[in-house]
Design a protein around this ligand. Structure first.
Ligand code: AMP
Length: 507
C-alpha cells in the first residue's frame, strides 16, 4: 500500500475533525483555526509551485515569529521543498554564507532587509525574493492570496529532506544539518506519546521558531495533537503569567524558568491547569529546578537533544524526574558513552556522548567529509560529554570543546560550576580554560555575584579558598572574573567562546 511519508501528511492526519478548532491563538485574541492553516498553507504551496520551484529545492526564511511564518514552513514541506529557517538576528555576513551554501530557490525576508536581500540574492544566484513582515503581511501573502486554497500534499519518502537547520556555530563555520521527513516524524511521534499529549491540551508557545526547540519539538507536538497553541512572538514573563493559567503545557529554555521565578506573584495559582513543564536547549541549574518545584508544585521535565536529531533523552513523564539529569534515552534512540579511544565506558564514567536512531540527521549539507568525521559505525558524535548514572539517568557535563585540559589533566567545567554556584552570594558561573604558559590551559571562573552583602564579599581569593577544600588542586580555578551577566545566545546557552575571547591570559 502506498504511504506518503511527507511530514505534513502525518501532521494533518491528526488535525481535529472540526476545521473551526483553534490552532493558534494570538496576543490580540485573533484565532487561526486548523482550517485556516490548511487553506493558507495550500495557497503558499501553490504559489511556490507556480514560481517554478521543484521538490527538493530549498526555501530560506528570515522572518519574525508570526502564524504566517509557521504556515510558510508547513507549506514548504507540504510542497516537498526543504525549509531553511534563519535567525532574524543574522546580518549580511551570515546571510551571504547561508544563501551561498544552501542555494535556495526562494528567500523570504523582512521588508527592512529587502535591499540587502536583493543584493545578496543576485550575488548568490537566488532567483526569487519575497517579503513577510512582523504583522504577517507582505509580498509573499499578496502573491499567495489569489492561489487555490486546496493542495495535494506532495509524496515524499522517509529519506527525503524536509529541513536544513544551521547549527548555532559557536566555533568555526556553521553547518547545515539535513533533516529528513522520517527524522522529524520519528521524533514528533515519540515525544507526543512520551510526554502523554492528550485531548484538551493547550500549549503556551513562547519559543522562537527558527530553532529545533520551538519549531519541531513544540509545534510538532501541538499539531500532532490537534491542539491549540497560545502563539506569542517571544517570551515575556508578564504575558506568561497571564496565559499560564489557561495552558496545560509549557516548553522553555532554562532562562524562561529563572525569569518566571523572579515574578513575585508566580506560584501554584499560576500553574493551576498545567500538567507539564519542559526545559531544554541548555542546562537547567539544580537550584532553579528545586525552587521551581517549591514555588509551583511542579517538577520540570528536563530533556536533551540538538539540531542534529531533535530530542535524544528525556526525564520520565510518570517516574522520578531528577534535577541535574536529562533522563533516559528516548524510545528508538540508542545512546552510549565512549572514551577518548572510542571504547564504550561503564556507567559512572564521563566520556563522549554518541547517539543513533531514526531521528538522527542525514548529514551536513555539502560537507560529506565533515559528515563522515562526525559519525563512527553509524553512531553520531554529539560533541557533548556526559555520563550515565547507576540508575540509567544521563548527566551532561558540557561540550567536549569546553573541556579544560590543564597540565594534561581533564577538568569538566560543570563539576566546578556546581561548587561555585552553591556558594552564598553567587547567582551563576561559567568555567572555561584560558591559555597558560605552564599548564596549557588554566581553569578560570567567570562569576555573577548577587547584589547582596554575601555577593559583595566575594573576591577572587574568597572563591578560590571556598572551593579548594576537598577538590584536587588542578581543578581549582587559578583566575576568577566577575561580571554582571553571562553572555547567552537566543536559546539561553552560555557563549563560552565569547568568554574565552574576552578573558585572554593573565600573567
Ligand atoms: P542546539 O543544536 O542549538 O539545540 O544545541 C544543542 C546543544 O545544546 C547540545 O549539544 C547540548 O550541548 C546543549 N543542550 C541541549 N539540551 C541540554 C540540556 N538539557 N542540558 C544541557 N545541555 C543541553
Amino acid at each position: 500500500m502506498f504511504m506518503n511519508h511527507n511530514l505534513y501528511a502525518l501532521l494533518s492526519s491528526h488535525f481535529p475533525a472540526d476545521p473551526a478548532a483553534a490552532c493558534m491563538i494570538l496576543p490580540d485574541g485573533r484565532v487561526w483555526t486548523f482550517g485556516d492553516v490548511e487553506r493558507a498553507s495550500a495557497r503558499i504551496a501553490n504559489l511556490i509551485v507556480a514560481l517554478g520551484l521543484k521538490p527538493g529545492d530549498r526555501i530560506a526564511a528570515q522572518v519574525e515569529k508570526t502564524p504566517e511564518a509557521l504556515v510558510l514552513y508547513l507549506a514548504a514541506i507540504r510542497a516537498g521543498m526543504v525549509f531553511l529557517p534563519l535567525n532574524p538576528a543574522y546580518q549580511r555576513h551570515e546571510l551571504e554564507y547561508f544563501l551561498n551554501d544552501a542555494q535556495p530557490g526562494l528567500f523570504v525576508c523582512r521588508p527592512l532587509m529587502r535591499a540587502l536581500a536583493d543584493e545578496l540574492a543576485s550575488r548568490t544566484g537566488v532567483p526569487h525574493v519575497l517579503e513577510l513582515d512582523d504583522e504577517g503581511r507582505g509580498s509573499l501573502i499578496t502573491a499567495a492570496t489569489p492561489q487555490a486554497d486546496a493542495f495535494t500534499t506532495v509524496a515524499r519518502d522517509k529519506a527525503d529532506l524536509a529541513a536544513i537547520l544551521y547549527t548555532s556555530g559557536t566555533t568555526g563555520r556553521s553547518k547545515g544539518a539535513m533533516l529528513s521527513h522520517g527524522n522529524l516524524a520519528h521524533n514528533a511521534t515519540t515525544l507526543h506519546s512520551y510526554w502523554h499529549f492528550q485531548p484538551g491540551d493547550v500549549l503556551l508557545h513562547m519559543l522562537p521558531i527558527f530553532h529545533v526547540h520551538g519549531l519541531f519539538v513544540a509545534c510538532h507536538c501541538a499539531l500532532l495533537n490537534g491542539s491549540a497553541m497560545f502563539f506569542e512572538p517571544k517570551f515575556d514573563p508578564a504575558r506568561a503569567m497571564k496565559l499560564l493559567p489557561q495552558a496545560t503545557v509549557f516548553m522553555g529554555v532554562p532562562t524562561y524558568y529563572v525569569r518566571l521565578l523572579l515574578e513575585p506573584a508566580f506560584g501554584r495559582g499560576s500553574c493551576r491547569n498545567i500538567r507539564l513543564f519542559v526545559s531544554g536547549s541548555a542546562p537547567l541549574l539544580k537550584e532553579t529546578f528545586d525552587e521551581f518545584r517549591q514555588r509551583s508544585g511542579h517538577t520540570i521535565l528536563e530533556r536533551y537533544g540538538m539540531t542534529e536529531g531533535g530530542m535524544f533523552t528525556s526525564n520520565p513523564y510518570d517516574g522520578d524526574r531528577r534535577g541535574g539529569t536529562v533522563g533516559f534515552p528516548l524510545p528508538g534512540t540508542d545512546l552510549r558513552i565512549v572514551g577518548a579511544g572510542g571504547t564504550a565506558l561503564q556507567p559512572g564514567s564521563v566520556g563522549h556522548i554518541q547517539v543513533r536512531g531514526e531521528n538522527v540527521f542525514v548529514g551536513y549539507w555539502g560537507m560529506p567529509e565533515k559528515t563522515r568525521e562526525e559519525f563512527t559505525d553509524g553512531w553520531f558524535k554529539t560533541g557533548d560529554m556526559g555520563t550515565i548514572d547507576k540508575d540509567g539517568y544521563v548527566v551532561i557535563s558540557g561540550r567536549s570543546k569546553d573541556l579544560v585540559i590543564t597540565g594534561g589533566l581533564n577538568v569538566y567545567p560543570k563539576e566546578i560550576e556546581e561548587l561555585i554556584d552553591a556558594m552564598p552570594g553567587v547567582v551563576e558561573s561559567a568555567v572555561i580554560g584560558l591559555p597558560h604558559p605552564d599548564f596549557g590551559e588554566a581553569v578560570s571562573a567567570v562569576v555573577v555575584r548577587e547584589k547582596t552583602a554575601a555577593g559583595a564579599a566575594l573576591t577572587e581569593p574568597a572563591v578560590i579558598a571556598a572551593i579548594k577544600d576537598g577538590l584536587a588542586n588542578f581543578k581549582v580555578p587559578k583566575w576568577v572574573y566577575f561580571v554582571d551577566q553571562l553572555p547567552r545566545n537566543a536559546m539561553g546557552k552560555v557563549q563560552k567562546t565569547l568568554l574565552r575571547a574576552q578573558y585572554q591570559r593573565r600573567e
